[in-house]
Design a protein around this ligand. Structure first.
Ligand code: PMV
Length: 363
């Protein structure tokens, strides 16, 4: 597939108005995407667990405009209230995807979105939000091209989501998704996420992710700025190579179910991501004292119990606690007793791996 394959032909002109609703989850990367080339092409391949509970629901209502127009026409609502501050991001997204959705200026859009996770929890909503919007737009395209195949629908939804926010392309399907060309992963692409095609051991079934909300504040450094700082980062080439190597290691780990090796890769990836931030120019630091306290506490817990709780981080201070379902009882007991004190207002989210986005059928 190339970009050109996503430019549609022969779309029906018949569609006048309607609406569609999609619900799309967040995802948590095991091998991190950090650094990109032009057009949201990742500097290295990444892989993530699709989550289940952290979701965005988006309704796209559309009405054909009376005349051909030269601008986009849309309004964005968050939980029913107009949210003009979200609109520049959508405007930019529409500009980026217009060549692949040539009908965008023919309609007036009303976009209403809501999240299952608390607003400003520090949980990134761009992955779930952009993927949900991409799916709604694909639904509209499918109305105009009813013969569209499911695989094309999903790939193009992921492709569009990627142009909105890179990691969003990993939120369409479940529950392990690769994005970025990797020599040993058939079908992997820089253009869209694909379901991990290899064998996966039962140890990873319904893998748990408990998210500790350490710091709910706004990020001081946006991820687009952070990606940009990888451009002339002194360690960039080694880092990108390391990501390829870690994906190789994970392939074997997914097959064998070796959780000790899984932990080594995943925790190293999280710390490397933050090490890249700390060694960028300018450098920055997103972890907080409580992030480190949690990490140290996890190390001690593992040493004492031999259980397989591990952590990963995204571009912030919050900690994702990953553990197998069969160790859930003891692990959750520990989390509740020892780790919640490090969270803002003891807040946490119970999540786990999920099957990806779903269309919400309107009653
Ligand atoms: O999708 P973006 O541009 O917000 O970048 C996400 C980057 C990380 O969350 C830090 C890593 C990842 O692969 O999700």
């Amino acid at each position: 597939m190339t970009e050109k394959d996503f430019v549609p032909k022969d779309l029906s002109e018949e569609i006048k108005e309607g609406k569609t609703t999609w619900q799309s989850p967040s995802n948590i990367a095991l091998v991190k995407y950090w650094g990109k080339k032009e057009n949201q092409v990742p500097a290295n391949p990444s892989i993530s667990f699709t989550l289940n509970s952290c979701r965005t629901t988006t309704t796209l209502a559309y009405r054909k405009r009376a005349k051909k127009a030269t601008d986009f026409d849309f309004e964005v609502y968050f939980e029913g209230e107009r949210k003009e501050s979200f609109e520049p991001k959508i405007q930019e997204f529409f500009q980026r995807v217009e060549q692949y959705l040539p009908f965008l200026k023919d309609f007036s859009f009303y976009i209403d979105t809501s999240n299952t996770f608390p607003h400003s929890s520090g949980i990134a909503s761009s992955a779930s939000g952009m993927s949900a919007l991409a799916l709604c737009l694909m639904d509209l395209e499918k109305m105009m091209a009813p013969q569209m195949e499911k695989n094309y629908f999903l790939q193009k939804a992921s492709f569009l989501a990627r142009l909105g926010s890179g990691s969003a392309c990993r939120s369409i399907e479940g529950n392990l998704v690769v994005w970025g060309k990797h020599r040993n992963i058939p079908g992997s692409s820089d253009l869209f996420g694909v379901k991990y095609p290899g064998e996966v051991h039962d140890n990873f079934r319904n893998y748990q992710d408990t998210i500790l909300l350490v710091d709910k504040g706004e990020k001081q450094v946006s991820s687009s700025l952070g990606h940009g700082l990888m451009n002339d980062h002194p360690f960039a080439e080694n880092r990108f190579e390391q990501a390829h190597g870690n994906l190789n290691k994970l392939q074997e780990i997914f097959r064998s179910g070796n959780l000790s090796e899984f932990i080594k890769v995943v925790e190293s990836e999280a710390l490397t991501l933050h090490a890249m931030m700390m060694t960028s120019q300018p450098y920055f630091l997103l972890m907080k004292p409580n992030t480190l306290a949690i990490i140290n506490s996890i190390f001690s817990f593992r040493k004492e119990t031999g259980l397989h709780l591990c952590f990963t981080l995204d571009a912030g201070a919050n900690v994702h606690l990953l553990y197998p379902e069969y160790e859930k009882e003891e692990t959750l007991e520990f989390i509740k007793a020892e780790l919640l004190e490090y969270c803002e207002k003891e807040q946490f989210i119970l999540d786990g791996t999920g099957d990806g986005a779903e269309k919400v059928e309107l009653a």
